[in-house]
Design a protein around this ligand. Sequence first.
Ligand code: FES
Length: 321
Amino acid sequence: MESDPQTQALRVRRMSWEADDVLSIVLGSDDRADLPPFSCGAHIDLILRPDLIRQYSLCSDPAKKTEWTIAVLLERESRGGSTYVHSVLRPGMLVSATGPRNNFPLVDAEQYLFIAGGIGITPILPMVAEVERQSKNWALLYGGRRRASMAFLDELSQYGSKVVVTPQDECGLLDLKAAIDPLPTHAAVYCCGPEPLIAAVEATCSELGRAEPHVERFKARAQPIGCDRDEHNEPFELVLSKSGKRVTIPADKTIIEVLEDAGIYVPTSCEEGFCGTCETEVVSGTPDHRDEYLTDAERANNKSMMICVGRSKTPVLELRI
Ligand code: FES
């Protein structure tokens, strides 16, 4: 994982079309200084406005220290982030970003199968460049709706037959079983893309008795494990350690909602427990984690929690707010 997130003021240096509805954005500091280092699979939180924070994978080469590149798909059902990037953001503008953070790191393996769907290609790009540099055995299955909607095809063409491009309107869906079944057990499987693709890769690996794939989600699972507003939620007391203030979190509200009602600002983005933006340090009490961001080990040590979905297992929970 990268070190603690810092906020950077970044200038939009260039923007270019990578495919239909996909813009790449090159960001750098005004003094052309090195930006914080990142590893393959990392993302930044782009603060487009104080109330509009979105995560984007870094798709540039980590060795390029003075620039970060992200690519943004214009989502038809945008919650604001992609529309802002496509219609407001322009070269020369300043934005802020925190990070990089990495919850999709490239593990060391002898062989890799990467599976990308649509804009899910972004974190995979630096990964394939890295494993190619290491002369590892690898392949990439890259699916998309149409060829014209698939970003970075030119860049990927340098890898020849290691990259299998599968536009759905020409070839149908990716044949996951045919790709995963012949892999040796030590091969690492990576997937990023829409939820149905990730769920299908997870199901195929499970069916074939393989280790779980490494995945990164842009949205919560179809069956969210987040805060369901049912009557089984218990109310609890929340103590804000910086001020000593106490608030009650009722059964039908999240911590974030109560804090907002009290005029206390905490950065949020997905509000579904998968992006990590609202991660908050736990001072005392036992959190009831309901997120998809923390690892099992991080959940077990209870040092932090996602307060957009998490609740408390103890009657009182104290957070570093
Ligand atoms: Fe995304 Fe809480 S806002 S995890």
